[in-house]
Design a protein around this ligand. Sequence first.
Ligand SMILES: [Zn+2]
Length: 294
Amino acid sequence: MAILGVDLGGTKIAAGLVSAKAEVTHCREVPTLADQGYEVSRGQLDQLIAAMLGPEVEAIGICAPGPLDPISGVVANPPNLPGWRNIALAHETARKYGLPCRVENDANAAALAEARFGAGAGFDPVFYATLSTGIGTGLVSGGKVFHGAHGAAAEGGHVSVDYRSSVVCRCGVRGCIEALASGTAILRRAREAGFSVQNASELAALEDPAAVQLMEETTDMLAAWLGSMMTLFDPGVVVLGGGVTKLGEKLFGPLRRKTPACTLNPNAAGISIVPAALGRECGVVGAAAAFLSF
Ligand SMILES: [Zn+2]
């Protein structure tokens, strides 16, 4: 028995057969020809799925960038997949291949993979965030992704931490944590301050007091935000993934120190903030995970 897990992204489409124990085999990956439009990138996806199918495949799980509705499996209009407008991907895939299919947004899928097989295993609920070009989050409770009433829940990256901020997020809200402390936002703030760095790690390596101050503000904002997440969800663990976590202790140390003061939750000091454990295969495992019992 295996589940075909497919990670549809703006830069690559990855697929693998995922066992009940989350072992991934038969991995394949192609660079997404996203800028050639929907017909081309959809063709790539269908070609990859067809090439991976065999008698052992029982179901197909796909994770894709949001916005999408994980309940209906409709991909709405992701900015990094041009032309994908209101595509009933779960329904169309299920009909085409005669197998059950679910479509989940990439942050929720990564949250599920980490909760079941990664750094969140054994904890409940698990709050997961990927700190990357954007900030994507997911909440896994009772082994399931919390979807809300309409599939739109737990978009924690678009929680505002400053309603008077001069920065308006791409979602239209002022002061979203994504617009202030994602990898992209850290770089933008660094360049506005005159530092020509390529990523957060380069900024954190600088000893200039203004660079130190920028990093301090970044962890202040993230701690204020994570404190609010702890107030809302009382998670068993907080798992952080994505490129910004390459900062290591320069990120995790300040967050562990500062977050308990930013929440009403009396258990906050005991809620571990840990790095994600799964690597590149996280999306493929997460896409398949909704079909795996454990
Ligand atoms: Zn936003």
